[in-house]
Design a protein around this ligand. Sequence first.
Ligand code: C2E
Ligand code: MG
Ligand code: MG
Length: 715
Amino acid sequence: MLNLVDHSPARLLIIDDDPLLRGMAANTLRHAGFDVSEAEDGIQGLEQVRQANFDLLLLDVMMPKLDGYEVCKHVRQSPRGERVPILMLTGLHDSDSIEQAYEAGATDFISKPINWTLLSHRVRYSLRAGLAIESAMRSHERLERAQHIANMGSWELRGDGQRFVCSPELARVLAAPEEVVARGRPDDFLNRIASADRDDVRAMRLAALNEGKPYQRTFVIHRFDGAVRTVFEQAGIVIDHSGRRVAIEGITQDITDRVQAEERIKRLAHYDALTGLPNRQFFSELAGPTLDRSARLGAGCALVYIDMDRFKSVNDAIGYAQGDALLRLISMRLKASIRAADIATDGKVSNQESMVSRVGANAFTLLLVDIADEKQATLVADRLLSAIAEPITLEARDLVLTASIGIALFPRDANDVAGLTRCAEQAAYAAKSAGRAQHRFFDEAMNVRASARLASESDLRQAIAEGQLRLHYQAKVDAGTGRITGAEALVRWQHPERGMVSPGEFIPLAEESGLILPLTDWVLEKACEDLRRRADMGLQRVPVSVNLSSPSFADDGLKTQLEALLKRHRLTPSSLVLEVTETLLMSDVERAVARLQELREMGFKVSLDDFGTGYSSLGYLKRFPIDELKIDRSFVTDAWRGGRDGAIAVSVIALGRVFGLQVVAEGVETRGQSTFLLAHGCAQQQGYLFAKPVPSADFDALLGPPPGDWETDIV
Ligand code: C2E
Ligand code: MG
Ligand code: MG
């Protein structure tokens, strides 16, 4: 007889105190091909069982010291003896001792006197049955292990549906207490199913039982320990040999981890991790059907593109972690102001909030539905702009952010999401070029400009390296006397194909990309070079204003760089005026104040450019050590007609006087504007009325001996 596992002879152990009988049995069985060991009493037998694996035991019942029943019980309790077939050799024919043998754990019994011819057959039969049981047990264990790994368990709903048999594995999956499992009441288990699914599952189980319909279903359960999990259940019908449906059996698998992983993946694919808003792709997916619906209803929509102004500089100044916090805050403000926006035409407010998404590092889009015209969209844009510009206190710093907003209307400008986004993005770009912190609607002219735009960073890098930049000068004039009192250096890009490109088109790109630093280096160098040359030519000496962007202003090397420049070109600090903007100063007030002080101590003059556009509070103005205010062109344009802009211009002039600052009006184009400003005490003016920005040599020509009348000499 072979051991089926390793093909060696099966190992038997005979435990019997009768040497004669033991010897005969051993001989017989050895003869039949078994590997036989012997033990002369129970103690010895147990010792051998502890030390070696046997495939079967023959155990005498009547033994001194330890009888066969005791030995049998001990064997069953030992790790190696749990499942070994045990044949009891009993000399007693009464059923009591047979019963007792089974109770002790015996597999079978052989009665004495032993029928020697049958002995090996009995042993062989027992071994085979043992192996079958063993392999069934193993596959059961494998199944249990597999179920354990898969977090699943099986169950059976018997007969009339009144008894729910829950496997130990399922009990584990459901954290079901023993008494509940033992009770086997179907409702105990059904009640754990979330109420939304419970009736469905009950109905499906009944349909399986009554109509033989198998089912599969994913649902949520409240485990017996309270944990909420998602499970997948699959059930089929059990049919007995006569073809009757006797039960349904099913497996229930806890798939919570998988579901969560899938959701995470979906979130990653669809949502921006930083703000939790839909990303660009998901926005298109959401917006598409909305546009379709609007088209059917004949309703209008507006796609709004919100591009944060100078965000790169802010990020550099406050660090990326804070920058991230700002973006989160902005995203919340956008959502809140959309939620609050009462923009639905028919009186009901639509759920606009879900349509806010983050589409770029510092860009958001949103789709406004039911927008009838530009007027409605303007209302929303204004609301968004002021929500964004709400001052932010970040770790005791005050900060004001602005955004440039572009708006495209559906179906006027485009009829799909991609087209609308493109148009709105171009409009946002136009808003940025026009001075930021404002909104623009898309128009066809933007399309033409956009296709000509060379927004490529590498082009710009090349331009700086290959000397394609030019410095133009625009005169600053005393409108009272007509004398040139200064000049603003304004950079241009002499593009090989496109001709002269204005800074509005590439300064934003330079700021975003960091190329503004080398660009400013070049401008400062060129301005100083021109100053030196004019001095050498004996021309009238006027200070030159240079625009500083935030990264240049924040750059710790600025002071040394300026010192070196002045030295190299033999210039005094008073020949340079540094123009900064409010937004730049407001991004970190403390640092800005320190830096301004430093520059002024060195002897430079500082001018606050585009004053009035940056939302800064006047309170701050007191704190900034500056020399000059430049009233933004937007207030100058309509100033002389009176109204709000005029009032702002007049109060800025008054403010300058209070703080002892020189006030310069920018963008003066008409005599009317000039006279109005002059009348209110602002003599320093800059604008096309006097001079456009011109190449360095042309500006040289404007300078000369002090003119008597500016009109003849300058224009
Ligand atoms: P800004 O510093 O406010 O410069 C004034 C802008 O107004 C200039 O535009 C100038 O050409 C324009 N301007 C002057 N007078 C009039 C007028 O009467 N009517 C009208 N419509 N416009 C007038 P430009 O040269 O296109 O510069 C635009 C902006 O680009 C500047 O605004 C400044 O913020 C930036 N920029 C220019 N050069 C530099 C530079 O070298 N470095 C930095 N960082 N920024 C620069
Ligand atoms: Mg300027
Ligand atoms: Mg300006």
